[in-house]
Ligand binder design. Structure first.
Ligand code: SAH
Length: 253
């Protein structure tokens, strides 16, 4: 039988461009109280830092083990499912979940053996659209409209608590696997989107229009599909053939 602590290891908390090291420490404490230890920091303004250690209040193992990365793609390496936490509805048009709904989906994914990321934004600016676009769904803590933004570490606490409750829940049926092949991870999806963009360019799909909006829509479509590695290989093959035909049509070899 899988226990809460086995499943906890399937989760990581990713803090993006955090300004205040104190918030990193408080977030580490919030995670640790709920049994989560994996923290990934993307371009933190200051880390390591005394203030982070002070506010971690003993959750030093979380800080010591925290990965530091330049970009979100690296912070998501090896993850199969990512939830972006945001106080505001953004222009990205992702499915929006409550923390409870996200926790239930995250649990099901963890039980299938997948790695799940919870992604949190900068204190002032939150997550950028580009960053949210790398997530499968957005999670909004249902705060009041006119004062919607929680302190970063308190948002981490709410999400960690919901996950903890879900992990402790009894009689959760083990979901059937979505795939018989390994699910694609974030890095494979990134290479896929690069190939897709290049192929659309090569077949002159954009015809002078800016590719940004269509690429965001395609991201949403393909993220939703939660593809496995074999499906990715098949699409890479199709794109490569389309590129070959485009070269032939242009009279290149
Ligand atoms: N003005 C920013 C607030 C940033 S607060 C914004 O609108 O997004 C720092 C981070 O805490 C956010 O990026 C988000 O990850 C998390 N957070 C704060 N309040 C939240 C809420 N109500 N729902 C979901 N996440 C929230």
């Amino acid at each position: 039988m899988t226990t809460a602590s086995d499943l906890s290891s399937h989760f990581r908390f990713v803090l993006v461009r955090t300004s205040h090291p104190g918030n990193i420490g408080s977030a580490a404490r919030a995670m640790r109280t709920m049994g989560f230890t994996r923290m990934e920091l993307v371009s933190p303004h200051r880390f390591p830092d005394r203030e982070a250690s002070a506010l971690a209040a003993g959750a030093d193992d979380v800080l010591d083990g925290a990965g530091v990365h330049q970009g979100l793609i690296e912070g998501l390496a090896g993850s199969n499912l990512a939830f972006g936490l945001s106080a505001r509805r953004r222009g990205v048009n992702l499915p929006e979940l409550t923390p409870h709904e996200a926790a239930m989906q995250a649990m099901a994914a963890a039980q299938r053996g997948e790695q799940v990321a919870l992604v949190f934004g900068n204190e002032r600016t939150g997550l950028e659209n580009e960053e949210l676009a790398r997530c499968h769904a957005m999670v909004r803590i249902p705060s009041v409209e006119d004062f919607s933004s929680l302190n970063l570490s308190q948002a981490v606490q709410v999400m960690a608590y919901e996950l903890r409750v879900a992990l402790l829940g009894e009689n959760i049926p083990t979901p059937p696997p979505l795939h018989d092949e390994p699910p694609a991870d974030a890095a494979q999806m990134e290479r896929f989107f690069e190939h897709l963009a290049q192929m659309l360019d090569d077949i002159d799909f954009h015809k002078g229009r800016a590719p940004t909006t269509i690429m965001l829509r395609l991201r949403k479509l393909f993220q939703r599909a939660q593809m496995d590695e074999r499906e990715l290989r098949m699409l890479h093959g199709i794109f490569a053939d389309a590129q070959r035909m485009a070269r032939l049509a242009k009279g290149e070899k």
